[in-house]
Design a protein around this ligand. Structure first.
Ligand SMILES: Cc1ncc(COP(=O)(O)O)c(C=O)c1O
Length: 450
């Protein structure tokens, strides 16, 4: 008898995946995936019937929650009509989606090139910025993630790129923004230092060479690191002064995640381009979008726009997105993100009093992150930046406990991300935070007192 016959359904599913597929960002041996059978709202269910509360909306993309059948119906309808047309043909869904996006984006950002996901939106933003300005350098923040294609990876500063660093695309220059939680020189100097640093980098690199500055609308997987108040407005000023384009990466922070359609609205700035993805379809199908100003788009009225993808404006993905955007409005999801975000802040403040290992909580809407520390005085993180496996022992135990209790969320270094679907209720927040409180108890034991 072959060994596979003795495997349960769950084990067989996992085994096939482990034997015949590759896992992102992991050692291939020893992965321990959840075999998900179905999802409903904020919950995922595995093949053994175990329920997991999804406290990170997948990869901060399933903004409307799991299992929404309205979207399924829209997708089926589109597929019954036509599943694919080349990007030189058009569909009703593509036009209506473009129009809808123009109505919810900041003023003047009216024209969209549809891509397959976030990284392709970033790559196309970089290419367009270079073609439009005739300049070649792109400035970006070290502590930011922009995707895993070569261009997007090179734009990001996330250490996951370090293995391929020597091969990275040229002409990406990185700068730092002070980390407010660990800033020791008075809050009044934070903005000044951050802006001064960027201005110096612009001067050293030569503003005439800089095509664009790219920044996340609100920081995500790097730890929800907040910008100093007023920083993005200063970036806008620097861009305007030197003819540099401002690209906002709203891949994670877009579509209600921060309590606005786009996170730049929290900072009262209008970028020249928005690169987005994730929440546009809530991950139901892959779709990204590069939304550009009328000024940039019209430069190509009589000139060829040298950008393209076979699956640009895929009809089925556009139909899914269109229905998705209606859903955000019909279900008041963005309003709910604001209300639930405030409730989350209140409840986490209570947790913080109880748990000495919680050093910081940074949140905008429902894009939040707990930072665990060994010592609140020294702020030594529970696991360092880019922690090696042996430095993750405590945090791995915290993550394992969360999983055991029935939570799916994103734990990285000393961060526990809290970014649930925007449809979450107070009761579900309480349920999730009770699990986090239990698991954080493990880290509390590691706190150095006195
Ligand atoms: C801010 C940001 N930009 C870009 C990306 C890349 O998007 P994708 O994984 O869809 O290529 C991500 C993914 O997490 C992201 O968080």
């Amino acid at each position: 008898m072959s060994e596979t016959k003795t495997l349960s359904e769950t084990q067989e599913i996992i085994q096939d995946n482990q034997d015949y597929t590759l896992f992102s960002w992991s050692k291939q041996k020893g992965t321990n995936p959840i075999a998900v059978k179905y999802g409903e709202g904020v919950y995922l269910y595995d093949y053994d019937g175990k329920r997991y509360i999804d406290f990170s909306s997948g990869l901060m993309n399933v903004n409307i929650g799991h299992g929404n059948q309205r979207v399924t119906e829209a997708v089926v309808k589109q597929m019954q009509e036509v599943s694919y047309v080349t990007p030189s043909c058009v569909t009703k869904a593509r036009g209506e989606l473009g129009k809808k996006l123009a109505s919810i984006t900041p003023k003047g950002l009216n024209r969209t090139l549809f891509t397959i996901g976030g990284a392709e939106a970033i790559d196309n933003a970089v290419k367009l910025a270079r073609m439009y300005t005739g300049r070649h350098k792109i400035l970006a923040r070290y502590q930011a993630y922009h995707g895993a294609t070569y261009g997007a990876m090179s734009a990001g500063g996330d250490p996951r790129k370090l293995q391929a660093d020597s091969q990275q695309a040229p002409n990406f220059v990185h700068f730092d923004i002070p980390y407010k939680y660990r800033w020791e020189y008075g809050e009044e100097n934070l903005l000044k230092d951050a802006v001064g640093n960027l201005e110096r980098v612009v001067a050293f690199e030569g503003p005439q060479n800089i095509a664009a500055i790219i920044l996340e609308g609100e920081s995500g997987s790097s730890g929800c690191l907040k910008y100093p108040v007023g920083y993005l407005k200063k970036v806008r000023d620097i861009c305007d002064r030197h003819g540099i384009l401002f690209i906002a990466d709203e891949v994670m922070s877009g579509f209600g995640r921060t309590g606005k359609w786009f996170a730049v609205e929290n900072h009262d700035v209008i970028p020249d381009m928005i690169a987005t993805a994730k929440g546009i379809t809530s991950g139901y199908l892959p779709l990204g979008a590069l939304i550009v100003s009328e000024r940039i788009a019209s430069a190509y009225d009589d000139k060829v726009l040298f950008l393209g993808l076979t699956y640009s404006a895929h009809p089925v993905c556009c139909a899914a997105a269109l229905e998705m955007l209606k859903n955000y409005e019909d279900e008041n999801l963005i309003e709910n993100a604001v209300v639930m975000g405030k409730y989350m802040d209140k409840q986490v403040a209570i947790l913080k009093k109880k748990h000495p290992s919680i050093g910081d909580w940074r949140n905008t809407g429902l894009l939040g992150c707990l930072e665990l520390v060994k010592n609140r005085e020294t702020k030594e993180p529970m696991a360092p930046f880019n922690a090696k496996p042996d430095e993750m022992v405590v945090m791995n135990k915290v993550a394992a406990r969360l999983r055991e209790l029935g939570m799916y969320t994103f734990v990285r270094w000393s961060f526990i991300f809290i970014a649930p679907p925007l449809c979450i209720t107070k009761e579900q927040i309480d349920e999730g935070l009770a699990m986090i409180s239990d698991a954080v108890g493990i880290a509390d034991k590691e706190v150095e007192h006195g």
